[in-house]
Design a protein. Structure first.
Length: 550
C-alpha cells in the first residue's frame, strides 16, 4: 500500500492518543512518513476522543476524511465514524463490549483482565491486533513498544502479543519499505527543540492548551537539555519573570495561547521599550475568550501583529509543519537577541498537537552571539548606534550600571520628556528594522509549492499548508506560503505570486486576516476560502470549497 489511514477512537481515559502515537511509530519504523491528528473535547474524563494516523511513502502534513481502518474502543466510535470508512474499509473493535456488523472483534478487555493488566492497557492490546491485521511482523511491534513504554513493559508486551495472536489472519498488507525511519514529533516538541538549538536557557509558562505540552516536554528533559523551566501562578507572572531573566542575560521564552497572551501584552510593550530580547510563543485555538479550548484556529494573527501599545520593531513568524517549527523557533530566538526585540512564533492547535515525520538534519544558521559591551568608557545601555542595536551588559558586570526602564529615556536609561530626546530614541529603535531585514535576507521566508506557472495561486499560512499543497496538486495550482509575517517580505511575496490570474487565500478564521495584512502591502486577493468551526482543512474538504470559487 502506498498510503493508508487509520482512525482510533474511544473515551477519555482509554489511552487513545498514546495508541495513535504508538501506531504512528510502528509505521515510521517501516519507513513511512506519518501524520497524526488528535481530536478531543475539553473534558478531564469522558467525552469522545479520536485520532487519525495517516502513513504514506511520500511526505504528508495533514490527515484525510476517509480511513482504511476504524479501530473502535467503544460503540460510540463506530456510530460516529463508520461513515468515514472507505468502501473496502475494515472495523476492528473490542468484542468484550460490542459487536459490529462486518467487523473484526478482539476481546481487548478480557485479554487485559486475564493477564492481570490495568484497564488502560486495552490500548496496548489494540495495537497488537492492529499490527496483525496489517500483516506487520511481531518483532516490529515489540521493538516499538519497548522504546515507547517506560513502565510495566513485560506485561504490556504480553497483552499486545495475545491480542496479536487473537487475529486469525491479516486483512491488508503494509509493506516494510526498508528505508531509514524518520523521527516523529509533535509541532510543540519541534518548537521546544528549536528553542534549545537557538540557545534557550529558561522557559516560563502557565499551562494553557494547546501550548502546555511545550512546558511539559522541556520540564521532562530540562537536565539533559541544560535549561530551567518555571510554572508561575499566571501568565502575567510568566511574562514579567521572563523579562527579568532576559535582562539578567538568559535566553528566555514564554508560551501560551490567545487568552494568556492577552495578559502578556504589557510585557510585550516593556520588551519593546526596554529593548529586552524575548520570544513569545502563541499557540492559537478557537476563540474569542475561552472559546473552544481544544480545537484549532488562525484568528490571532492581527492580535499578535499589533500587540502592545506604541511603536517598536518586532518579528512575527508562522511555521506550517514540524520541520519549519523547529527551524523558526531557533531563528526567532536568535533574532530577538541579535536585535534586542520581542519576537513571536505563531502556532495553532493543529500544528502544535499533531504528530509529524521530521526530516533531519536541518540546515540551520549558526547561532548568533549578541553584541556585548567592550568595557571601555562609561556604559550606555541605550547607546544611539547607527544600526539601532546597543551593546549589551548584564547585572554583575564590573564598573557597569545596567538599567532597564519602561519610561522613555536617554542613552544611560535616565527618564526623559524632552521632545528631541524622545524622537532620537524612537528613531534609534526603529533603525533595527534594517538589521532584521538583513538577518532574513538569505533565509526562505516564502515557500512555493505546486505548479509554478499556474494561473491559479493559493495563498496560505501556518498549518493550512498541508491541505493546501495537496488540494493544489489536484487542480494544478501553485501554493505560496509566507512564513515571516512581520516584517513582511513584500518583494519576495510579489515575485512568488508571479503572473497568477486568480489568487485565493486559504485561512482558518472568519475574516481573512492574512488577506487583510496583504492589503496593507498593496496585494489584493481575488477570493478567500475560510474555515472557522475549530476543525482543520483536509485536502478533500478544501478541494470541494475550491471547486465553488474557481
Amino acid at each position: 500500500m502506498k498510503e493508508f489511514s487509520i482512525l482510533i477512537g474511544g473515551k477519555a481515559g482509554d489511552g487513545i492518543k498514546q495508541a495513535g502515537i504508538t501506531a504512528a511509530k510502528i509505521f515510521s519504523h517501516l519507513g513511512y512518513h506519518v501524520f497524526l491528528y488528535d481530536d478531543y473535547p475539553s473534558l478531564i474524563r469522558g467525552g469522545h476522543n479520536f485520532c487519525v494516523i495517516r502513513a504514506s511513502k511520500d511526505q504528508v502534513r495533514c490527515h484525510e476524511n476517509e480511513v482504511d481502518l476504524l479501530l473502535a474502543m467503544n460503540k460510540e466510535t463506530i456510530d460516529k465514524h463508520v461513515k468515514s470508512l472507505k468502501p473496502k474499509g475494515v472495523v476492528l473493535y473490542d468484542s468484550s463490549f460490542e459487536e459490529a456488523p462486518d467487523g473484526i472483534g478482539v476481546p481487548f478487555k478480557e485479554i487485559v483482565k486475564e493477564l492481570d493488566g490495568l484497564s488502560i492497557m486495552r490500548n496496548t492490546a489494540a495495537i497488537g491486533a492492529l499490527a496483525r491485521l496489517a500483516d506487520i511482523q511481531w518483532n516490529v511491534v515489540e521493538d516499538v513498544l519497548q522504546k515507547s513504554i517506560s513502565k510495566m513493559i513485560d506485561l504490556n508486551l504480553s497483552i499486545s502479543r495475545k491480542a496479536y495472536q487473537a487475529v486469525k489472519a491479516p486483512v491488508f498488507h503494509v509493506d516494510d519499505l526498508k528505508r531509514p525511519s524518520f523521527p516523529v514529533m509533535t509541532g510543540n516538541e519541534a518548537i521546544a527543540l528549536g528553542c534549545v538549538y537557538g540557545g534557550l536557557e529558561l522557559y516560563i509558562a502557565y499551562p494553557m492548551t494547546p501550548a502546555t505540552s511545550i512546558l511539559h516536554f522541556l520540564a521532562g528533559y530540562q537536565r539533559e537539555l541544560g535549561l530551567v523551566t518555571i510554572h508561575p501562578e499566571n501568565e502575567i507572572s510568566a511574562a514579567t519573570m521572563a523579562l527579568g531573566a532576559a535582562y539578567a542575560g538568559k535566553r528566555t521564552a514564554v508560551g501560551t495561547s490567545g487568552g494568556g497572551f492577552a495578559l502578556m501584552t504589557e510585557a510585550v510593550s516593556f520588551s519593546g521599550q526596554a529593548e529586552i530580547p524575548l520570544l513569545f510563543i502563541e499557540c492559537q485555538r478557537t476563540g474569542p475568550s475561552t472559546g473552544v479550548p481544544t480545537y484549532t484556529g488562525q484568528a490571532d494573527l492581527m492580535f499578535v501583529l499589533h500587540s502592545g501599545h506604541g511603536e517598536f520593531p518586532r518579528v512575527v513568524a508562522a511555521p506550517g509543519d514540524a520541520n519549519e517549527a523547529l527551524e523558526w523557533a531557533s531563528l526567532c530566538l536568535d533574532v530577538a537577541w541579535r536585535c534586542q526585540i520581542p519576537a513571536f512564533l505563531l502556532s495553532d492547535k493543529h500544528l502544535s498537537e499533531s504528530l509529524f515525520s521530521v526530516e533531519l538534519p536541518l540546515d540551520l544558521p549558526e547561532r548568533f552571539e549578541p553584541i556585548l559591551w567592550n568595557g571601555e568608557g562609561k556604559y550606555r545601555r541605550y547607546l544611539i548606534a547607527e544600526t539601532g542595536i546597543s551593546p549589551l551588559a548584564f547585572p554583575g558586570t564590573k564598573e557597569c550600571k545596567v538599567k532597564a526602564t519602561s519610561y522613555e529615556h536617554d542613552e544611560y536609561g535616565i527618564t526623559v520628556e524632552d521632545a528631541d530626546a524622545i524622537a532620537k530614541m524612537q528613531e534609534k529603535r526603529l533603525r533595527k528594522k534594517g538589521q532584521i531585514s538583513k538577518f532574513f535576507q538569505d533565509i526562505d521566508t516564502i515557500k512555493i509549492y505546486g505548479q509554478d506557472d499556474s494561473d491559479i495561486c493559493l495563498v496560505c499560512w501556518g498549518s493550512t499548508k498541508g491541505a493546501c499543497i495537496e488540494a493544489a496538486q489536484k487542480i494544478g495550482a501553485k501554493v505560496v506560503q509566507p512564513i515571516l509575517l512581520d516584517p513582511f517580505p513584500q518583494k519576495k511575496f510579489q515575485e512568488a505570486i508571479g503572473g497568477a490570474k486568480q489568487i485565493i487565500g486559504i485561512e482558518a478564521n472568519a475574516t481573512g486576516q492574512l488577506s487583510t495584512l496583504l492589503k496593507c502591502h498593496g496585494i489584493v486577493l481575488d477570493k478567500s476560502v475560510l474555515r472557522y468551526d475549530g476543525r482543520p482543512f483536509t485536502p478533500s474538504t478544501l478541494s470541494r470549497s475550491l471547486e465553488e470559487v474557481i
